[in-house]
Design a binder for this molecule. Structure first.
Ligand code: SAM
Length: 277
């Protein structure tokens, strides 16, 4: 018998993958969680019916949500990820030798535990890395209670439904601004330029209300809706486009991010540039 998984990405389009088996399903206090084994993309983490990450293409998203800001900041010692319970963003952050501490603030402990069990290559840094602190907390509350603490904050959230709705709000970005040091940088995943133009437009405007340097960049992630994904960077002081190229740190294990991609990711095709005009 053939088994297939479909995510309806919009009311009119979806992604369908042939699966060999379902490894795990549960309902946590926050969401429906599943891990399935797909033939094309390997193990896949699914929350509320939406693909979060897969073993085969996760590298693009996790390298791009982290290394651009890490290389824009001259001394990124203390970095926080909000969401990101699969651990992929934290794994990338601790590759950077200048990082002394990486804090994961994830609301749903079950995402962390299930990722450690079924996606160890992604969650590896959550399993005893001395630079990493894992906090099971609401990121919204955490940014309200920790002012001026972080060099970089990465918002690796689910889509703006359920517990993540607030993570796209103006109030939240204001608190992220205040949670950063005077020269801090934030990056948020801001969805697809084909299907979520309003989310991109609103997030860019809201982040731009607080951060004097606000930039949109993109990468290609096959299992995310439309395969093209955006990130919005807000910086108090440093411009990602004026970083000296020779100072960019590229870990030898990187599969996507390098010094050319650092700059190239900000070169927007017309249909994306139009969203933030
Ligand atoms: N890369 C993914 C994507 O774009 O689909 C996101 C991955 S990560 C699994 C998203 C995480 O954000 C989820 O585990 C979810 O529990 C967490 N999350 C949602 N709202 C949160 C909040 N208010 N505070 C902290 N974590 C939150």
């Amino acid at each position: 018998m053939e088994l297939w998984y479909t995510e309806k990405q919009t009311p009119n389009v979806g992604i369908t993958c042939k699966i060999s088996r379902t490894l795990h399903t549960e309902t946590t206090p926050f969401q429906e969680l599943a891990v399935i084994d797909t033939l094309q993309f390997g193990r896949m983490l699914v929350l509320d019916g939406m693909v979060q990450t897969t073993v085969v293409d996760e590298f693009v998203y996790h390298e791009m949500i982290t290394h651009v800001a890490l290389n824009t900041h001259p001394n990124p010692e203390k970095v926080m990820v909000i969401g990101g319970g699969d651990g992929g963003a934290i794994r990338e952050i601790v590759k950077n030798p200048r990082v002394k501490k990486a804090v994961l603030v994830e609301i749903d402990e079950r995402v962390i535990e299930v990722s450690k069990q079924y996606l160890p290559e992604i969650a590896v840094a959550l399993m005893g890395n001395p630079k990493v602190e894992v906090r099971v907390e609401d990121g919204i509350k955490h940014v309200q209670e920790h002012k001026g603490e972080y060099d970089i904050i990465i918002i690796d959230s689910t889509e703006p439904v359920g517990p993540a709705v607030e993570l796209f709000s103006e109030d939240f970005y204001k608190n992220v601004y205040e949670c950063l040091k005077d020269d801090g940088i934030m990056v948020a995943q801001t969805e697809s330029p084909f299907y979520n133009r309003d989310i991109i437009k609103n997030s860019y405007a809201r982040i731009g209300n607080f951060f004097p340097i606000t930039k949109l960049y993109f990468a290609t992630v096959p299992t995310y809706p439309s395969g093209v994904w955006t990130f919005t960077l807000g910086s108090k002081k440093y411009n990602p486009l004026t970083v000296p190229k020779e100072k960019i740190f590229v870990d030898p294990t990187n599969k996507y991010y390098n010094a050319d991609v650092h700059f190239g990711a900000f070169m927007l095709p017309n249909f994306i540039a139009e969203i933030i005009k």
